[in-house]
Design a protein around this ligand. Structure first.
Ligand SMILES: [Zn+2]
Length: 375
């Protein structure tokens, strides 16, 4: 169950089902029914669960037979239980029938209106399920209301994140401007609270969606984020990845500049990967140079090369790549080994890792003995 944070919801909106049924699974309902059967047979609670179970099974049947019409009748019948309408939205998303988009958009609007009426404390399960279903089905008719939710910054962060994710699934180029605007709004917030813990879920989802849609209008704001080294490295890494997905040649200069000014390895690798995807050789050059670096960078580099489908062209490159791929680091002394001289073991605190067979390893075993002896 998902409730927008705030004061309690109006009492008239409360039903027992909303407090006890948190998943869409009939199995859960069955468990409750079986529990109630022994002592509460014939009570109103038993009758209520019984009726809902019957209804939930009917929704499952509609889903299996791909009958979208009865499903959207349930979805849009606001007098029906919230839980059942959520199930109907889920089922419509699973059926992936484009005819359902209209009903889901309508459901989105109805449920979103409710938030306007009760600004704090309202169930959003049907709204959430409708957003997810729109993303699953695709179809650009869902874009506009989703963009509206995305940019409604007075609303819950979680809903805006879901809207951005759905837009990334729908892949409608008409949503690019709204996503760019969301990017700017959310990025500004980081300026306002430089030391505080800022939620970046909407920002992250907007960046990912821009990358997925792959429209060059996203490049410029993403380039700006990438070079802003005073901000969080994770956001810059996301921006570099999205630039790699957009494959805009105009971003090459910025990505090269990132390689020269960036300090964080994850961002450096992401920028190199993006350059390689756009087709600039400086990307692969950078990654190759990390392969004989420190342990973490080696494996990041190997992963990046695999991701871009790189193949070695010389014996030297092949050797460098293989040695990086087979590198292991001693958990104890942090020395890097390629091939022999290292074995996997468990340390005193139960962590699994590689340990080398030199002195540091023996010291480790001595500590272990002492520990067992209770010294
Ligand atoms: Zn060691």
């Amino acid at each position: 169950m998902m409730i927008v944070p705030g004061i309690m919801m109006p009492v008239t909106q409360v039903s027992i089902s909303k407090h006890t049924l948190t998943s869409k699974h009939i199995i859960a309902m069955n468990k409750i029914l079986n529990f109630l059967k022994n002592e509460f047979l014939g009570t109103p609670e038993y009758r209520m669960y019984s009726a809902m179970d019957k209804f939930a099974r009917r929704i499952e049947k509609y889903k299996k037979k791909k009958m979208y019409e009865p499903l959207y009748n349930i979805l849009l019948d606001t007098k029906k239980d919230e839980f059942l309408r959520e199930m109907a939205a889920d089922a419509l998303g699973d059926i992936r029938d484009k005819n359902a988009v209209e009903a889901l958009v309508l459901s989105l609007k109805i449920e979103y209106e409710k938030i306007e009426i009760w600004p704090s404390g309202i169930l959003v399960d049907v709204l959430k399920a409708s957003i997810l279903a729109l993303g699953k089905i695709g179809g650009t008719r869902g874009s506009e209301p989703l963009c509206k939710i995305l940019l409604d910054i007075k609303k819950d962060e979680y809903l805006r994140e879901l809207a951005a994710n759905a837009l990334g699934d729908i892949l409608d180029k008409n949503a690019v401007e709204a996503l760019v605007l969301s990017l700017k709004i959310e990025y500004e917030k980081i300026e306002i609270w430089p030391d505080g813990y800022t939620l970046v879920d909407v920002l992250k989802a907007s960046i990912l969606a821009l990358g997925k849609i792959g429209d060059t209008r996203g490049s410029e704001p993403l380039c700006k984020i990438l070079l802003d080294i005073k901000k969080d490295g994770y956001i810059r890494e996301l921006a570099a990845n999205a630039l790699g997905d957009i494959r805009d040649k105009n971003a090459i200069e910025t990505l090269v500049l990132s390689l020269e000014t960036e300090k964080e390895e994850d961002v450096l690798i992401a920028s190199s990967k993006a350059l390689a995807k756009i087709g600039d050789s400086r990307g692969v050059d950078y990654i190759l140079h990390t392969l004989d670096g420190y342990y973490y960078a080696r494996h990041k580099g190997v992963g990046a090369l695999e991701e871009i489908g790189w193949k070695p062209t010389t014996e030297e490159e092949k050797e460098l790549y293989n040695s990086a791929k087979n590198s292991k680091m001693c958990y104890q002394c942090e020395k890097i080994f390629v091939g022999d001289g290292i074995r996997s073991a468990v340390n005193l605190t139960g962590d699994w890792g590689y340990f080398c067979s030199n002195a540091c390893d023996h010291k480790f075993e001595r500590e272990m003995e002492q520990w067992y002896d209770g010294k």
